[in-house]
Write a protein that binds this ligand. Structure first.
Ligand code: PLP
Length: 356
């Protein structure tokens, strides 16, 4: 008997293809440009708040409503706490949104090339999906989404392409699609893309999802949130309270509040990442790479003469790790996280050796 037919499992389990996260290497001396983490540490104020919180209170459960965090997020975006949901990473927020808002008779729509967790949630919850192909320049075409659906999920910027949609295009989709939920996953929005948060009051079907993993350097803390109409938020709260009453622990709670409030630190680290990206792109182009336009903290690039998998392997020999997806249409590409200036210089030097 293989584990695949273990009769002790619930039947749905054997058919699942779980999400495969990027490598978290067990050795320390690698330049890690493979999972879109921020190269800079979290806000010092957040670290101080966490240190203080470890001194007391850990024997007690955290606030199940994460009220202080919802208030900090609400103040940051000029919405009310009733329009905010928080979860253990935006992956959990997305999972609850798929469960609570996207289980309808019609298939949901999302791009054929996008964040690979979306199909996993569909399989887990039995949600039908229709994949909408990106155009030949790897862009989302809003016109392709103007059709009957059980919901729409769009990352903006998209991952792993990094390509962003301008806000008027998101508005056009919302105006044409009022009868089902539209989720805009803005995991990378703070690196130069316009957010749709300002549209949530106008469009009650819109849910915008953010994470602290990227622009607030808190991938290790696991905090994400959604902003939308209180009735969408209520659905997410119902799912959460049927699953885990305390998704945000005490340390994450105080750390996230301080990180959200430290606007100056947030803006300066985002600006540094964007500036490094803008310096890296022409360097890659000089080496012959085609780089898709990025509004994110990573770039998606391919070389006309070199296979993506081979480039990834050769970079790894030089102790630099980047992400490669062995998938149709994108198997020649590398997804490269924007690191520090020094890390990106080392990357360009290594690539010059390899392709030059
Ligand atoms: C498009 C997109 N959405 C959501 C996430 C999840 O982020 P987290 O669960 O760390 O908040 C990621 C992570 O890489 C992502 O790429």
């Amino acid at each position: 008997m293989t584990t695949k037919d273990n009769p002790l499992w619930s039947p749905v389990i054997a058919g699942l293809s779980p999400y495969v996260p990027g490598e978290q290497p067990k050795v320390a001396d690698l330049i890690k440009l493979n999972t879109n983490e921020n190269p800079y540490p979290p806000s010092p104020r957040a670290l101080e708040a966490i240190r203080e919180a470890t001194a007391s209170g850990l024997r007690l459960y955290p606030d199940p409503d994460s009220s202080a965090l919802k208030t900090a997020i609400a103040e940051n975006y000029g919405v009310s706490p009733a329009e905010v949901f928080v979860g253990n990473g935006s992956d959990e927020v997305l999972a609850h949104a798929f469960f609570g808002l996207l289980q309808h008779p019609q298939p949901i729509l999302f791009p054929d090339i996008t964040y690979s967790f979306y199909p996993v949630y569909c399989d887990l919850y039995g949600i039908q999906r229709t994949l909408v192909p990106l155009d030949e320049s790897f862009r989302i075409r809003i016109n392709d989404y103007l059709r009957p659906n059980g919901g729409i999920v769009l990352p903006n910027p998209n991952a792993p392409t990094g390509c962003a949609l301008p806000l008027p295009e998101i508005r056009r989709l919302l105006e044409a699609n009022r009868g089902s939920v539209v989720i805009v996953d803005e995991a990378y929005v703070d690196f130069g893309t316009e957010s749709a948060v300002g549209l949530v009051r106008e469009f009650p079907q819109l849910l915008v999802i953010h994470t602290l993993s990227k622009s607030r350097s808190f991938a290790g803390l696991r905090v994400g949130y959604a902003i939308g109409n209180p009735s969408l938020i209520e659905a997410l709260i119902r799912v959460k309270d049927c699953f885990n009453s305390y998704p945000i622990d005490r340390l994450a709670l105080v750390g996230a509040v301080a990180a959200i409030r430290d606007t100056a630190y947030f803006e300066s680290t985002c600006a540094k990442v964007i500036a490094t990206r803008e310096r890296l792109v022409p360097e890659l182009e000089k080496l012959g790479f085609e780089v898709l336009p990025s509004g994110a903290n990573f770039v998606f690039a391919r070389h006309p003469q070199h296979e993506g998998a081979a480039l990834q392997a050769k970079l790894r020999e030089r102790k630099i790790i980047v992400r490669h997806f062995n998938k149709p249409r994108i198997d020649r590409f590398l997804r490269i996280t924007i690191g520090t200036e020094d890390e990106c210089r080392a990357l360009v030097d290594a690539l010059r050796e390899i392709v030059g």
